[in-house]
Design a binder for this molecule. Structure first.
Ligand SMILES: Nc1ncnc2c1ncn2[C@@H]1O[C@H](COP(=O)(O)OP(=O)(O)O)[C@@H](O)[C@H]1O
Ligand SMILES: CC(=O)N[C@@H](CCC(=O)OP(=O)(O)O)C(=O)O
Length: 262
């Protein structure tokens, strides 16, 4: 593998993390991608469903504000366990089972991303910016697959819960990579619940204003729009059920998923 090629950042989220079967199918495709396409690949992941399960199991309740989880400081330990622990290691386990050499990281490793508190009302929720890509580039040059959770660490050493779509954007920016976001849905749906293949910024803002794109999808679309702007190329949103379509989608050749452009 060479780092001369444009890296591909794939963000994984949604109920994928709850299904070993879906994870195994995805990693079989990723293995083929790594062997055949030979492009540097980085995985960034969420695991909101695992966070919900862990908080529930501990008798803790959690709310979201504009698609972001309100994170009281007393919840951050459990959330870190779910994201940087369980979710990250479930993905590592799949990589190992598919003969992929992977390394599990969080946003703080090697100064990858800079994270500060986003809004005191949200508690330990991080605002993310790109940082130092040296560690990831070194791992890619060594043929490893970096798998990055969305737990960040502030300069003064506080753990922060970062939305994983925002983390995907920040890492794609650090690496000047292509970005695809895989979720539970086939892509972004319009008011009639029909898949939108091509979404421009103007239409995205309109649909968010109308409340057609909302909750977690509004966070995702805003993160994707930022990435299209900074990277100067489209971002793909699709289902982890058809990962093999995502490169064609980025190239504007597939009817699967949504291609977001500036
Ligand atoms: N216009 C829309 N198109 C598709 N999904 C939408 C839309 N508006 C809201 N959603 C919701 O957003 C969810 C995806 O966001 P989210 O759960 O945050 O994804 P992930 O966990 O993969 O980051 C969908 O499952 C759906 O319930
Ligand atoms: C601040 C914030 O909302 N953090 C998210 C991080 C995980 C995430 O984004 O997971 P998905 O990509 O699977 O949705 C959360 O706690 O759910």
């Amino acid at each position: 593998m060479t780092t001369q090629q444009t890296p591909l950042v794939i963000k994984l989220g949604g109920t994928l993390l709850e299904s070993n079967e879906a994870l195994a199918a995805l990693f079989a495709t990723l293995k083929t991608f790594i062997d055949e396409v030979k492009r540097p690949l980085v995985l960034v992941h969420g695991g909101g469903v695992l966070v919900d399960n862990q908080l529930n199991a501990m008798g803790l309740t959690s709310t979201k504000k504009d698609g972001l989880r309100v994170t009281p400081v007393e919840h951050i330990g459990v959330i870190t366990g779910a994201l940087a622990g369980t979710a990250n290691k479930l993905l590592l386990a799949q990589a190992i089972a598919h003969n992929i050499s992977a390394v599990g990281l969080c946003l703080g490793d090697g100064g990858l991303c800079r994270v500060s508190q986003l809004d005191p009302e949200l508690g330990a929720v991080g605002k993310i910016e790109g940082g130092d890509g040296t560690l990831i580039s070194t791992l890619l040059a060594g043929g490893f697959l970096p798998v990055v959770s969305s737990i960040g660490i502030t300069f003064d050493g506080q753990l922060m819960n970062v939305n994983a779509d925002q983390a995907g954007t920040a890492i794609a920016e650090v690496l000047n990579a292509d970005l695809v976001m895989l979720s539970d849905v086939s892509g972004i749906l319009d008011g009639e619940r029909t898949l939108i293949n091509e979404l421009t910024q103007t239409r995205a803002l309109e649909l968010m204003q109308q409340g057609v794109i909302k909750d977690g999808m509004a966070v995702k679309v805003k993160a994707a729009l930022q990435a299209t702007k900074t990277l100067g190329k489209p971002v793909a949103v699709g289902s982890w059920r058809n990962p093999e379509q995502l490169l064609s989608l980025l190239a504007g050749e597939s009817e699967f998923g949504t291609r977001i452009s500036h």
